[in-house]
Design a protein around this ligand. Structure first.
Ligand code: ZN
Length: 148
């Protein structure tokens, strides 16, 4: 199990150093900001939604390794998904990081690396920040969202 945990940490560090889809999306028709004052994580999520699906997605901002890696993997996972599928994945991811999931996140693919976050309640907000911003972007909330 500890080897698995090390592997997970490596994946998180790698994504935080080289975040995927880390860019302002010029074609975005939805965007939202998320802020986690407890840790200082601050990201903007950009979406290009066409025919009910996320045809492109990007993010920019700054934050701790967990928040950045989570945003990076979120963009990789959700590109091409419908908004309904994105909602379902967020719900499973939320259960995983808050320790409410039935399994260990196998059906979440790479996102399973965040299972260990459930042991650190303060880190849950880091891990879910970009996802909350994503929902705010999808549902057109104009104000920046805060985890507080
Ligand atoms: Zn953080």
């Amino acid at each position: 199990m500890s080897e698995l945990r090390e592997l997970y940490q490596e994946v998180i560090l790698e994504h935080s150093k080289k975040p995927r889809n880390y860019r302002v999306l010029e074609t975005a028709n939805h965007k939202a900001e998320g802020f986690n004052p407890l840790c200082g994580d601050h990201f903007t999520v950009y979406l290009d939604v066409k025919d009910g699906a996320i045809s492109d997605i990007g993010f920019q901002g700054s934050g701790c390794a967990i928040s950045k890696a989570s945003a990076s993997m979120m963009t990789q996972t959700l590109k091409g998904k419908t908004t309904g599928e994105a909602e379902g994945i967020f719900s499973k991811f939320h259960d995983l990081v808050t320790g409410q999931a039935a399994g260990s996140g196998e059906d979440l693919g790479k996102l399973a690396v965040f299972a260990g976050v459930s042991e650190f309640p303060l880190r849950v907000k880091c891990a879910t920040l970009a996802w909350h911003a994503l929902r705010a972007a999808l549902y057109g909330e104009e104000q920046a969202i805060s985890t507080e």
